[in-house]
Design a binder for this molecule. Structure first.
Ligand code: FAD
Length: 661
């Protein structure tokens, strides 16, 4: 039995971004003793990078907005594959979550009459994104952290201990969800009960266990499996993999969002995001011939809603009630594909992107005031003054719509009692494509719900599950394996089938090969043969990752951390590739060159990924696929929600039989 420090909590929240912090606040306010654990510094979650704003139909700038319009836009953006009840709750509750942030001290930009200002974004019918310049995520995280500190001060007054009911473990990583005795996880419907999390401290390498009957996963996305990405180092799909390994399924992992506008130059910053607010505030896209090419790429399903001429598009900024919006504000998947086509047709910018211009659209001081981060980003990283010249931009892997399958109301993962998920790690809310601004609101709406239900579940238990000791020992051995591979490579082989028979692999090399594979073969435009190749390459990488070796010791050792993250990235990448190969249509963030159309029969299909590791042989043969796919029919959309759309529009999305029903 491994001897290590153990702490008991009611709820453990894995991740300290917007979703994790909102979940932790709710759980603690409901009386649960709550721990938050994050692998980066407290405050350095991905949420802090969010720029453009948070979508909520407050109607401050256009009183025509309300939750029904927001719901409708979200379903259109997701091409009707959204878990509709989530989209409904999200649209209904987002305004309250924004107003609540204000009561906790957030300072949003204002309209001239003093209301929270709201800006335009792609796919949103009205100006809907509450914002703080282009640094909205920073304000969101600052406010949630401030609320956490306030709760800790309350505890100090009551118990003489700031961390009595809410503690943050920063720079600590969870590598396994622990279950109670006898519940191993795998592919059964009854995946047992959660009992805690196995963790290590990044600085010291020390292992510890957080025991708790409820665990909320809020670990964000998977972008670091792709070479060109706006995501930072934490986004290695940990929560997705932890859920799979604990026996919970992932939903629709083929849907990965490639944001249309990442930096393309210089190479060291390729992929860094150029916020959509640049287009929301009037920026336009041009090709090397100076043409505003987006007018050539308005798909039929959106034709009625978008301007036909540049003049009409430009008038819309001043008079949205009598003009249609410019096609630069189409949903992200459409714009990303259009840019890709222009570059492929030889009309790209010198460094393989297209031009995004604000310099000819607004005065320099307005650019600096409304887009301060973009101004500095380009000045400092690319030596480009965006008030005087156009930016070069191209698609970058940005967000994953697929994620842990959750119950819409409670955020509970099916089949594993006590497991919850919220934020980018959870699937369903955004369907096949997320609208900009809908992530920050998603974090708050479902972070709150996850915290609430995780706390209620823990409070309702008579007997708490105790973690299985065998699982703790196995988690410790798994985490130490890369050091064994390192020793083996120096001639100290560990056995006939063990890592020592072949030289150890460098985790950085494996990571680079994985990123290149996913970028080239499962990227923005997908083909059957290439995805099959990707699956073969992933199998090879899985075998080699079993020999990922590191030198040195456990004190802050980034190579070791990456070796552990590789397991997660490989699992998640296999989910993406398998699901993308299976779905023979193009929809939202999933574009098949060999199946270019959207197929309404596929609208009824959700693809679930589960771990296939319990099957005979699969667990021991790393070359065998680890993911099993199943299809499930989507739940019919409630009639009163369908009634929000015109019949002609529904005909474009729904299957024949659904229309009859
Ligand atoms: P995160 O904020 O990423 O938090 C994840 C947390 O999990 C981190 O604390 C991390 O350390 C922790 N973690 C991960 N793995 C582990 C582990 N194994 N153990 C312990 N801890 C772990 N969305 C919008 O709606 N509006 C915008 O304007 C917007 N702008 C964006 C700009 C950029 C540059 C980017 C990259 C994204 C933007 N997004 C925006 C998307 C949005 O920011 C993210 O989807 C959202 O912040 C995700 O929040 P989260 O709480 O799910 O995860």
């Amino acid at each position: 039995m491994t001897q290590l420090e153990r702490r008991q909590w009611d709820v453990v929240v894995v991740g300290a971004g917007g979703a994790g912090l909102r979940a932790a606040i709710e759980a603690r306010e409901r009386g649960a003793r709550t721990a938050v654990i994050c692998k980066s510094l407290f405050g350095k979650a991905h949420t802090v990078m969010a720029e453009g704003g948070i979508a909520a139909s407050m109607g401050n700038v256009n009183s025509g907005d309300n939750w029904r319009v927001h719901f409708r836009d979200t379903l259109r953006g997701g091409k009707f594959l959204n878990q509709w009840r989530m989209a409904e709750l999200h649209a209904q509750e987002a305004p309250d979550r924004v107003w609540e942030l204000e009561t906790w001290g957030a300072l949003f930009d204002r309209t001239p009459d003093g209301k929270i200002s709201q800006r335009n974004f792609g796919g949103h019918e009205y100006p809907r994104l509450a914002h703080v310049g282009d640094r909205t995520g920073l304000e969101l995280i600052r406010t949630l952290q401030q609320k956490i500190v306030a709760l800790q001060q309350e505890d100090f007054r009551e118990y003489g201990d700031y961390e009595a009911r809410l503690k943050v473990y920063q720079e600590c990583t969870v590598t396994r969800i622990l279950k109670e005795d006898g519940a191993e996880g795998g592919d059964s419907e009854d995946g047992g009960r959660v009992a805690g999390a196995f963790c290590y401290e990044r600085e010291s390498g020390r292992f510890f266990v957080l025991e708790a009957p409820s665990v909320v996963l809020a670990t964000g996305g998977i972008g670091k499996s792709f070479k060109v990405t706006s995501n930072s180092w934490e986004y290695t799909g940990d929560g997705h993999a932890l859920a799979l390994l604990a026996g919970a399924p992932l939903l629709n992992m083929e849907f990965v969002q490639f944001h249309p506008t990442g930096m393309v130059w210089p190479p060291s910053v390729k992929g860094i995001l150029v916020t959509e607010s640049v287009r929301g505030d009037g920026g336009v896209l041009r090709n090397s011939e100076g043409k505003r090419f987006m007018f050539d790429y308005i798909p039929d399903v959106f034709k009625e809603k978008y301007a036909e001429s540049e003049d009409e598009g430009d008038r819309w900024y001043e008079d949205p009630d009598h003009n249609r919006r410019p096609p630069e504000l189409l949903p992200r998947d459409e714009v990303a594909r259009a840019i890709n086509s222009e570059v492929k047709a030889g009309r790209g910018s010198p460094h393989g992107g297209v031009f995004l211009d604000v310099s000819t659209r607004m005065p320099a001081e307005v650019v600096r005031r409304r887009l301060p981060s973009m101004y500095h980003q380009f000045k400092e990283l690319a030596d480009v003054d965006i008030t005087a010249e156009a930016m070069e931009v191209g698609p970058t892997c940005h967000y994953v719509m697929g994620g842990i399958a959750v119950d819409s109301e409670t955020a509970a993962a099916p089949g594993v009692a006590g497991l919850y998920a919220a934020g980018e790690v959870a699937g369903g809310m955004h369907g096949s494509n997320r609208l900009g601004g809908n992530s920050l609101s998603d974090l708050l709406v479902f972070g709150r719900r996850a915290g609430l239900h995780a706390a209620a579940y823990a409070a309702g238990l008579d007997v708490r599950p105790a973690p299985d000791e065998g699982q703790i020992d196995a988690a410790a051995a798994e985490a130490l394996r890369p050091f064994g591979a390192g020793e083996a490579s120096r001639g100290d082989a560990v056995g006939p089938d063990g890592p020592g028979d072949r030289p150890a692999e460098n985790p950085y090399t494996l990571h680079q090969e994985l990123q290149q594979t996913m970028n080239d073969l499962v990227g923005i435009i997908r083909r059957e043969q290439e995805m099959e190749q990707a699956l073969e390459k992933l199998a090879e990488l899985r075998v080699r990752a079993g020999r990922a070796g590191v030198e040195g010791h456990r004190q802050f050792n980034p190579g070791w951390h990456l070796a552990l993250d590789l397991r997660n990235m490989l699992l998640v990448s296999e989910c993406v590739a398998r699901a993308a190969l299976e779905r023979t249509e193009s929809r939202g963030g999933h574009t098949r060159e060999d199946w270019p159309g959207m197929d309404s029969d596929w609208r009824r299909v959700n693809l679930y990924c589960r771990l296939a590791g319990t099957e005979e042989g699969a667990a021991t043969d790393p070359a065998a696929g680890r993911i099993a796919l199943t299809r499930r029919t989507t739940e019919p959309i409630r009639p009163d929600l369908l009634a929000l759309f015109d019949k002609e529009e529904l005909v474009k999305y729904l299957a024949e039989e659904e229309l009859h029903e």
